[in-house]
Ligand binder design. Structure first.
Ligand code: ADP
Ligand code: ASP
Ligand code: MG
Length: 811
């Protein structure tokens, strides 16, 4: 004999009931079918009762809606011949129910007894409908054989009576029996009671255990027990097998798929449990049994969570070494019917923290304050408070036993992602490690843990891109092209979760489709400001994330500190932060280091050229940078290489801008500002404390051309053309060329125009190329030379991309 339980998710729709019918009718051994109320009906019954109780007439509308839903269900799932009979049975129930509601509405008062009666109608009615929908099924009323006793205002199953009654009622078992789950009656008073929210699973387990069923099947709307709640973790997957202990731990910590007390009766009788999907009966489901789970042991089996947690801490020096403090804490809590699901005490005995549900927290604090009033008055124990709005997460698995490193991996993962652990506990059985964190970190915590324990086959990097101009746009295209390959070859999933232009921003936790992001942002984007971008990123609180700044905006670079503090790595094509005050530069690097994230800005100097990385490698391996000479402005080099008899200075500047080589405002290049910023960054990375004002300048365009607006500049710059052409001709006659060179020698920095002859390594520098000569202790007689494209959207985006990828390797 089998017991099959179909939850509200199964019997709540026509499709579901038809599927239940099919599943049950093909069984070839007797089955007892336990059903819940139609999905949502229990909640609705509570709601109607509350409305009626406060005299709100809208209870009638809600009631009508509920009635209609049941009538429509009968219409669809019951055979025409039986319809009348079912209607009459169900209508009788509804008449009783509406009379109770009317009574509540009139007297505007309600007791727990009446509420329990009201909610029992959900299962009473659904079980009648399901009985008549299934060919040859016989109806049983669970209220007659599931008996409860009252303990601290909670209904506890009276197993002695219940087991006897069940065995009596099912002395001869029909081929198919149907009864309602959840509902019961009090052993002494016979008043209607219930087994608690979600309690139909428990009813089924009680029946299965009493009758020694061969199996208990719990049919729901998921393919099985999953590694985590699929509503929170979308890549959670079905666990093939679980032990009773593992299942119990996961349910206790919130895996709603089974009501926690369910495991207990079947565990004792060693009756296996299967979790199956009514809507996909072919799926194997999850098998829960006493057996060891066998093949390919994963360290942990599942993660679950409780999002309403209060932590009550009893703390004080007066507790150290004093016997009986914990006894008194737990005695008081037990006496008041408060259930504790997590306890944490440090070995110093100075502090005991207790996790309870939010609804129990005020009472728990009150009774503990009373119990320890004397010690509190004496200062031996501090005032007792509760910390609310917390959540508890548990990782569960029998294989954690004697496996070192699980807790390390767990807390390491949490730490790297900025998730604070308020309290933690691991039982000596080692099948569960639980910790308490802020409720707002829950989703992120579940995701990072799931990712690091279950999806270690690949890792996810969540990317926010700010700025979708030439560099940002190119970057998104490169990411789009590489996504599949990186996943296949490097097991790296790049997930772009946010994109912001200067006006609009778009976020999606599951990833933005890069095929259509520009239309998407126009259509679905919301107004963006740097503050709003930051707020939304912090709000989303996504794990393993990186903020990529492809703007030239100082308000965006002002966000880095906050982002880094929140464990979000920063990759900047924007040079403002790294070249700002030395103090700010050091703070950002320091924050990143402390938070275990990265602040990278390779493209700030030499676009895609590996200059900063190379310097860091030299320094980290013990070398010392003494001197750097470089042409770092692709723009200026392009301009000096383009100027000719036909192309005057002003035209060359315009061409550089149009080719995308210059900063959006080319004056930043021409004034040497851009080169100064780069030199400052290089000098700092080489280990020197340099400010922009320390750099000596020798410019080639007089300051007055930079004073007005950009428009004024374009109008007046042509005045320089003639004089420049004269100089250019003279220089060319000497076989020399102009290069705008940045130099750092033992910390002294300068930038300026130099005339170089054909023997100089800078002479043959094509187009917008950059070059740098680095003299170090090791590379002394012959400096190291790095040369190549130093500007352009494609190479800069590629440099940003490689910074992003280097972050992925931090795990
Ligand atoms: P029923 O109405 O059939 O009793 P429930 O809503 O009580 O169904 O339980 C099924 C739901 O439990 C699933 O839809 C799923 O969202 C949720 N759930 C939470 N944690 C898990 C988990 N670890 N595995 C599977 N489902 C889970
Ligand atoms: N109908 C009840 C509830 O919603 C019992 C159950 O679904 O198992 O809590
Ligand atoms: Mg349920």
């Amino acid at each position: 004999m089998k017991v099959l339980k179909f939850g509200g998710t199964s019997v709540g729709s026509v499709k579901g009931i038809l599927s239940v019918k099919k599943i049950v009718e093909v069984e070839n051994e007797p089955v007892i079918v336990v059903v819940s109320a139609l999905s949502g009906i229990t909640d609705q019954l509570y709601k109607i009762a509350n409305l009626a109780c406060v005299g709100d007439k809208s209870y009638l509308t809600e009631y009508d809606q509920m009635l209609t839903r049941h009538m429509e269900m009968i219409e669809e799932v019951i055979d025409a011949r039986k319809k009348e009979e079912v209607l009459s049975l169900v209508q009788t129930q509804f008449i009783d129910l509406s009379n109770i509601f009317r009574g509540v509405y009139l007297i505007k008062d309600i007791s727990t007894k009446i509420i329990d009666t009201i909610v029992s109608y959900g299962e009473s009615i659904s079980s009648i409908i399901v009985t008549y929908a299934i060919q040859g099924a016989v109806h049983f009323d669970s209220k007659t054989f599931i008996k409860t006793e009252n303990q601290f205002d909670k209904h506890i199953v009276d197993f002695e009576k219940t087991n006897t009654l069940i065995r009596d009622y099912f002395k001869t078992i029909p081929t198919i029996s149907v009864c309602g789950g959840f509902i019961s009656t009090d052993s002494t008073t016979n008043f209607i009671t219930n087994l608690g929210r979600g309690g139909s699973d428990y009813t089924a387990a009680i029946i299965a255990a009493a009758l020694h069923a061969s199996i208990l099947e719990i049919w729901s709307d998921v393919d099985g027990f999953m590694t985590a709640d699929p509503r929170i973790i979308n890549n959670a997957y079905v666990i093939e097998k679980l032990s009773f202990i593992e299942a119990m731990e996961l349910c206790n910590f919130g895996a709603k798929v089974i009501y926690p007390p369910t495991i207990f009766p079947v565990f004792h009788q060693n009756i296996p449990v299967k979790i199956k999907n009514t809507f996909n009966p072919e799926a194997e489901g999850t098998y829960i049994s006493r057996e060891k789970t066998g093949e390919a042991p994963k360290a942990i089996k599942g993660i679950s969570s409780i999002n309403d947690t209060s932590l009550i801490t009893v703390q004080g020096l007066g507790m150290v070494g004093v016997i009986g403090v914990n006894y008194r804490i737990f005695r008081m809590l037990a006496k008041n019917g408060i259930s504790v699901f997590l306890v944490s005490q440090a070995s110093s005995e100075n502090t005991t923290s207790i996790g309870v549900r939010n609804t129990d927290s005020a009472l728990a604090v009150e009774v503990l304050r009373k119990e320890f009033a004397y010690e509190i008055a004496q200062g031996e124990i501090n005032e007792i408070f509760s910390e609310d709005d917390l959540a508890t997460v548990a990782i569960v698995g029998d294989n954690m036993k004697r496996t070192p490193g699980i807790a390390g991996k767990l807390f390491g993962t949490l730490g790297r992602n900025g998730i604070n652990v308020v309290a933690c506990a691991q039982g000596a059985s080692e099948t569960n490690i639980s910790f308490v964190t802020d409720r707002k970190s829950l989703k992120k915590a579940l995701n990072v843990i799931h990712d690091s324990f279950f999806l270690s086959e690949y890792q996810v990097l969540n990317i926010y891109v700010s700025g979708i101009g030439t560099v940002g746009g190119s970057l998104l295209n490169q990411i789009k092209k590489q996504q599949v390959k990186l996943m296949a070859q490097n097991a790296l999933k790049l997930n772009v979760v946010g994109i912001a232009s200067s006006k609009k921003m778009l976020f999606s936790r599951d990833g933005i489709d890069l095929e259509n992001y520009s239309e998407d942002i126009k259509k679905n984007g919301v107004d963006a400001t740097p503050e709003l971008i930051c707020k939304e990123i912090l709000n989303l609180n996504i794990f393993n994330s990186v903020f990529v700044d492809c703007t030239a905006n100082s308000q965006i670079s002002d966000l880095y500190q906050t982002l880094l503090e929140n464990n979000i790595s920063v990759v900047a094509a924007n040079k403002i932060a790294a070249s700002s005050s030395y103090e700010n530069y050091v703070n950002l690097k320091e924050t990143a280091r402390k938070r275990g994230v990265k602040f990278l800005f390779e493209t700030n100097v030499g676009a895609g050229l590996p200059i900063i990385n190379t310097m860091n490698n030299l320094i980290n391996s013990g070398d010392h940078i003494q001197k750097m000479e470089a042409v770092l402005s692709g723009t200026l080099n392009y301009i000096f290489n383009t100027i000719s008899e036909e192309i005057p200075l002003s035209k060359a500047i315009l061409m550089a801008k149009e080719a995308g080589f210059s900063e959006p405002d080319p004056r930043i290049d021409l004034s040497g500002k851009d080169v100064i910023r780069k030199l400052v960054i290089l000098a700092r990375e080489a280990g020197y404390k340099i400010e922009q004002s320390d750099v000596v300048k020798n410019l080639f365009i007089p300051d007055k051309y930079f004073a007005g607006s950009l428009d004024d500049f374009w109008k007046t710059v042509t005045e320089l053309d003639v004089e420049f052409e004269v100089k250019r001709k003279a220089l060319s006659a000497q076989g020399k060329r102009w290069r705008f060179v940045a130099t750092m020698k033992n910390g002294d920095c300068n930038v300026g125009l130099q005339e170089v002859d054909s023997l100089h390594p800078f002479y043959d520098l094509q187009g917008s190329n950059n070059i740098i000569l680095i003299t170090t202790e090791r590379y002394n007689e012959f400096p190291m030379m790095i040369k190549g494209y130093g500007a352009g959207a494609g190479v800069t985006a590629a440099g940003v991309f490689s910074d992003i990828i280097s972050i992925a390797n931090i795990r």
